[in-house]
Design a protein around this ligand. Structure first.
Ligand SMILES: Cc1cc2nc3c(=O)[nH]c(=O)nc-3n(C[C@H](O)[C@H](O)[C@H](O)COP(=O)(O)O)c2cc1C
Length: 150
């Protein structure tokens, strides 16, 4: 069974809700997911899984949340060549750089050699009914793409 890590940073619960829905989708598609806050895992754990989905809300002016910085910097030590990945997060379109943290994580994954299997999923605040289904679909699609790519 394809086993993936879903690691997220969430202050008020929006990105956490996305992560939980993505995990539902992964399980619907027959995959196995381990869900963790970035504060309770080290980026080196990525190499123990067949794929990784990283999520974060955006803080400051399009910045990463403080609690995600250790994880982000730990990725600098890793060779993530061919690691299957995707990124998601919540933001607010009222800010100049919408979901900037998502884009920063994408750039870091690419820099370390990871393969982005699908476009990032960005949602404003918490997911509405349609967006909840989009989160589940994001998880299902990731597992299906992992299976094709392996
Ligand atoms: C001080 C502050 C700065 C923020 N800066 C941004 C930003 O630059 N871009 C953005 O898209 N959202 C920004 N946001 C909005 C949050 O990312 C948004 O509320 C998100 O839903 C929080 O997710 P969470 O519930 O997972 O913590 C900011 C929010 C606060 C309070």
């Amino acid at each position: 069974m394809t086993k993936v890590l879903v690691a997220y940073a969430s202050l008020t619960g929006n990105t956490e809700e996305m992560a939980e829905l993505i995990v539902e989708g992964i399980r619907q598609a027959g995959g196995e997911a381990v869900l963790k806050s970035v504060t309770e895992c080290n980026a080196v754990e990525i190499n123990s899984y067949e794929g990784v989905l990283l999520g974060a809300y955006t803080w400051g002016d399009g910045e990463l949340p403080d609690e995600a910085l250790d994880f982000y910097e730990e990725m600098d030590e890793l060779d993530l060549t061919a690691v299957k990945s995707a990124v998601f997060g919540s933001g607010d379109t009222g800010y100049a750089i919408y979901c900037g943290a998502v884009d920063l994580i994408v750039e870091k994954l690419k820099e370390r050699g990871a393969v982005l299997l699908q476009d990032s999923l960005k949602i404003e605040y918490g997911p509405n009914a349609a967006e909840k289904e989009a989160c589940r679909q994001f998880g299902r699609q990731f597992i299906e793409a992992c299976m094709v790519a392996s």
